[in-house]
Design a protein around this ligand. Structure first.
Ligand code: SF4
Length: 694
């Protein structure tokens, strides 16, 4: 029995975990958060929630939180608590000295998809208007940057096409490289409800995720592909659709570029893309793949939902393009029940990308090379913006190792734990002269920091998050910041310590600036959000009430563009020394690298990461259930316990990455997506051997 006090007031706000963006009532007694109650008026969750949003908020009051700024001359010195003025002055002096000595491009920032739109907008503004370069990147680099590229190329904008309610009109749902039950639980409930009412399900995943068979649900087809072969599978589906006459020619003629379609159709029809031709490569039986393609093309309204199992590959962008091709080929776009829907991992991945956190894009996905786009911000900010794209996160780390990148402001992101090839990240950080970590906790990255600026939790600030269906939800302050300042205020203070002279007094003013500069947000304001509850962008003169479904009349880019999707094998190869393929994912109760959920009662549900291994692979290695095993790749090794299960196929092993003791990214490689550098987390050649423990 959990005893709770009587709440005195309730504030409606938004969950700070996944991209579903559930609304909650934070029930308060004084300054104490008594409980989080799912809010019935929330348009993303309609009163539902999962165990993270409902119970895992205790991290905000955890004793590990750092509430006072700290500095140190060198990363080998002990931390010293200082005043905010001293910390910001220290940071400003170091950054200024670095730029004077090493040039304008020698510093940069990493923004966080955990922070609000307003905070993220300010961080990229700090980069462009104060640092005077475009060295701003976001943690979306390591998750959905291929979505940005792939959907931008094919449809014209980087966003899911549907609202969550749309799934209720789907007749066929294809889930590829996503595990909604664990990653997006409240959306998964909606999806399961629809499946129980008769919609057909296709799962494309190396692992037998829960959706494949759960109470009253059985996938019509589970394509258990070999990790790294997504492109071959989606191209083979296109082959079936084209060669069996299942393409929606009327839709393609009316809505897509016909010449591009003909070129794509010729490519897809090539016999080398036939399901039979790729069966041994992918491990997917040809008949099963053909049946799945036929179902997707002819089963009525067909919707695709995908996740990081699509994007975190060397061909992540190509698979996103391949998925968009399937939707255009079959006319499954622009009405309820269809579409292409990236399930965003973090609460504000969509918003972080919308707000110009990429080194090549200003807010609203406008390229920095565009004179017209830069002019909008130059007029308002009174500075010239660098027209050259800046450094991506991996480029920043490479440049740091090479000695040309010296200063980093890292907000709300633990890159040492979350980015691939931990040793390289550590080497890059260690080579810098000023690393500023702005976070709730002294995370692993802070081991390499010179300045620590305490962060504020989602309970301590006003702002907005944008969820996976482009829904802008209000985040409302339910208590004063424990560290004294919300994150947007800290960024403003840092900018002003560098001479910026900003004077925002409330995040609503930042949103007004976003609306004034970003066409898709032109109609958004805090007043409108209060009236409407939430708004899906684009919201402007053309769409004053927002836009639940995109590409209804035409694509954002005009005509949809089908693009060839040539399969290119990853350079990460199995061989006698590393014969198994490791793929990674999340579990329901935990969240990403666990900085928050590990500091809540949720830890009891998943106290450690384990290695899922097929019983056959375990037996030949002499590994039994619960044994310690050594998991090694060409990059590094770690130790964890084995769980024997046929959820994974022989030859494939799987783990989560929630616990720093596991350090899963010690073993992931530095291969990445060809277009965006999104790391190839999902394919690592490994060996597994019995171990005596860590
Ligand atoms: Fe939070 Fe996502 Fe769970 Fe909703 S589904 S409560 S947004 S973690």
């Amino acid at each position: 029995v959990i005893e709770i006090g009587t709440p005195e007031r309730a504030v409606v706000t938004t969950c700070a975990y996944c991209g579903v963006g559930c609304s909650f009532k934070a029930e308060m007694r004084g300054d104490e958060l008594v409980r989080m109650v799912p809010y019935k008026g929330g348009k993303a969750n309609h009163g539902h929630s999962c165990v993270k949003g409902r119970f895992a908020y205790g991290y905000a009051a955890h004793k590990d939180r750092i509430l006072k700024p700290m500095v140190r001359e060198s990363i080998h010195d002990p931390w010293q608590e200082v005043s905010w003025d001293e910390a910001l002055g220290f940071a400003a002096r170091r950054l200024t000295a670095i730029q004077e000595k090493h040039g304008r491009q020698s510093v940069g920032v990493i923004t966080s998809s955990r922070c609000t739109n307003e905070e993220t907008y300010l961080v990229q503004k700090l980069t462009r208007a104060v640092f005077r370069n475009n060295n701003t990147d976001t943690c979306a680099r390591v998750c959905h940057s291929p979505t940005g590229y792939g959907l931008g190329q094919t449809f014209g904008t980087s966003a899911g096409t549907q609202d969550f309610d749309s799934v209720e009109a789907a007749d066929v749902v294809m889930v590829i490289g996503a595990n909604p039950t664990d990653g997006h639980p409240v959306f998964a409930s909606r999806l399961k409800k629809r499946l129980r009412k008769g919609a057909k399900l296709i799962v494309v995943d190396p692992r037998r995720i829960d959706l494949v068979k759960s109470p009253h649900i059985a996938a019509a087809h589970h394509l258990a592909l070999r990790p790294g072969t997504n492109v071959a599978v989606v191209t083979a589906m296109a082959h079936v659709i084209v060669t069996e006459g299942l393409a929606d020619e009327k839709f393609i003629r009316e809505r897509c570029d016909w010449d591009e379609f003909q070129d794509f159709a010729e490519f897809a029809a090539d016999p080398r893309h036939a399901p039979e031709a790729i069966e041994s490569l992918t491990g997917v039986p040809a008949a099963e793949l053909r049946a799945a393609a036929r179902l997707y093309a002819t089963g009525g309204n067909a919707a695709i939902y995908y996740g990081l199992g699509v994007t975190e590959h060397s061909q992540g962008s190509t698979t996103v393009i391949g998925i968009a091709n399937l939707a255009m080929l079959t006319g499954n776009i622009g009405r309820p029940g269809v579409g292409v829907n990236p399930l965003r991992g973090q609460n504000n991945v969509q918003g972080s990308c919308d707000m110009g956190s990429f080194p090549h894009e200003l807010p609203g996905y406008r390229h920095v090379k565009s004179d017209a786009a830069r002019a909008v911000f130059e007029r308002l900010w009174g500075v010239e913006i660098d027209p050259e794209p800046g450094l991506r996160i991996p480029n920043m780390l490479d440049a740091a190792v090479e000695g040309t990148f010296k200063g980093l402001y890292c907000q709300g992101e633990d890159i040492l734990q979350s980015d691939p090839d931990t040793r390289h990240v550590a080497a890059g950080l260690a080579a810098m002269e000023c690393v500023i970590v702005h976070d709730l906790f002294l995370n692993e990255t802070a081991n390499y920091a010179h300045v620590f600026l305490p962060g504020s939790s989602f309970l301590e600030k006003d702002g907005t998050f944008t969820n996976a269906e482009r829904r802008i939800n209000r985040v409302r302050k339910v208590m004063a910041p424990k560290n004294g300042f919300a994150d947007w205020e800290v960024t403003q203070m840092l900018a002003n310590a560098l001479g910026a002279g900003w004077g925002y007094t409330h995040p609503s003013q930042i949103m007004d600036e976003i609306a004034a500069t970003t066409p898709s947000f032109a109609g958004v304001s805090y007043e409108r959000l209060e009236e409407a509850g939430s708004i899906q962008w684009p919201c402007n003169e053309e769409h004053p009430l927002g836009t639940p479904l995109m590409h209804v009349e035409g694509f954002v880019r005009g005509r949809g563009k089908l693009i060839r999707t040539e399969y290119v094998a990853t350079d990460e190869k199995t061989g006698p020394r590393f014969p198994l393929l490791l793929t990674t994912g999340r579990i329901l109760s935990q969240y990403n690298v666990g900085a928050q959920t590990r500091r809540t009662a949720n830890s009891v549900w998943h106290p450690e990461d384990v290695l899922e291994i097929h019983p056959h692979d375990a037996e030949v290695r002499g590994v039994a259930e619960g044994d310690w095993v050594r998991l090694a790749s060409r990059a590094g090794e770690t130790t964890l316990r084995a769980r024997l299960t046929d959820r994974v196929s022989p030859g494939v092993v799987y783990t989560t990455f929630h616990h720093p003791t596991t350090q899963a990214n010690v073993i992931t490689t530095d291969f990445s997506d060809w277009a965006t550098n999104c790391p190839e987390y999902k394919v690592t050649a490994v060996q597994v051997a019995p171990s005596n423990g860590p």
